[in-house]
Design a protein around this ligand. Structure first.
Ligand SMILES: NC(=O)c1ccc[n+]([C@@H]2O[C@H](COP(=O)([O-])OP(=O)(O)OC[C@H]3O[C@@H](n4cnc5c(N)ncnc54)[C@H](O)[C@@H]3O)[C@@H](O)[C@H]2O)c1
Length: 287
């Protein structure tokens, strides 16, 4: 497979990340087969992509005249068999091993042998996912950041089994999307979450121990370290439940107590205070 031979891409899962990934591929000129389990999820994804393209038109990144062309390259499907035409696939289904296993093994049977399968997982081992397929050397991690159309980084993760050819092609493909790929080896949390989650966790300990209020912790990091968002604002955006889940992956996978999730984070999750999505986390979003 060469970069130029990739013209059609399939994206599995049309949620938060899947719609963003489909958006950037279509914008870069690829035909995109966007697959989800039900039509209503596909409708929601296309609606979101349309609104996000409008935003890009307003910012002058795209002209109004280019928008219909981008939308026409998106083919929403609920039938998995339709992904057979894909030259490259990115999986973005929910972060549950059983769901990933079912989707990846099914896709593996449908796709041509030379096609590379990439997973957007945040925390599951790329090496273990590769081993579920009959193409472990053509399996790679492609960790996009949320919101995908805005964030420039793609962590490209090399599983133990990933071939140089598949890895290099994924790096090149990421550049063709206008992204900056960064090469990372497979390890719990990769680099992004391994560095970010302990920061968020420590910020939560500061609040729990009464060292400072959430506002004060975030102000220190924004004004003193030039972070565009404070760690606790960011935690609320990511979802406190997601943060706790990723900390568990780090704790279990690396075996180091420094990754132990802060009890206050777990308490908030227990209370249903998950951040922005539940209108309450470290901050309140009512109204
Ligand atoms: N949300 C983030 O900030 C973020 C960032 C980086 C990576 N990720 C990773 O991206 C992946 C997707 O996360 P998300 O936030 O987009 O989740 P999401 O729940 O928003 O979307 C998942 C989508 O997959 C669909 N789906 C379920 N089963 C399916 C199947 N069998 N075939 C096709 N689609 C199916 C669901 O209907 C849903 O629309 C996860 O692995 C997550 O860890 C998320």
């Amino acid at each position: 497979m060469t970069l130029d031979s990739i013209t059609t891409v399939a994206v599995l899962g049309a949620g938060t990340m899947g719609n963003g990934i489909a958006h950037v591929f279509a914008l870069a000129g690829f035909n995109v087969i966007l697959r989800d389990v039900e039509q209503r999820y596909l409708d929601r994804a296309l609606d979101t992509i349309g609104k996000n393209l409008d935003r890009e038109v307003k910012k002058g990144k795209l002209t109004e005249a280019q928008k219909p062309g981008v939308l026409s390259r998106l083919k929403p499907v609920s039938d998995m068999a339709a992904i057979a035409a894909a030259d490259f696939v990115v999986e973005a289904v929910p972060e549950k091993l059983e769901i990933k296993r079912a989707v990846l093994t099914e896709a593996d049977q449908i796709l041509r042998p030379e096609v590379i399968l990439a997973s957007n997982t945040s925390s599951i081992s790329i090496t273990a996912l590769a081993a579920l397929t009959e193409r472990p050397d053509r399996f790679v991690g492609m960790h996009f950041m949320n919101p995908v159309p805005v964030m420039v980084l793609v962590e490209v993760i090399r599983a133990l089994q990933t071939s140089d050819a598949a890895f290099n092609l994924t790096m090149e493909l990421s550049k063709k999307l206008g992204k900056t790929p960064v090469a990372v080896s497979d390890a719990p949390g990769f680099v992004s979450n391994r560095v970010l989650m302990p920061l968020i966790n420590e910020a939560a300990y500061c609040v729990m121990e009464g060292v400072a209020t959430p506002e004060a912790v975030d102000a220190v990091m924004k004004l003193g370290m030039n972070h565009p968002m404070g760690p606790l604002e960011l935690a609320d955006l990511i979802g406190l439940d997601v943060c706790v889940d990723i900390l568990h992956v780090l704790h279990e996978g690396l075996g180091d107590p420094k990754y132990r999730a802060c009890p206050l984070l777990k308490k908030y999750v227990g209370a249903g205070w998950l951040g922005r999505k539940s209108s309450r986390g470290f901050y309140s979003y009512q109204g």
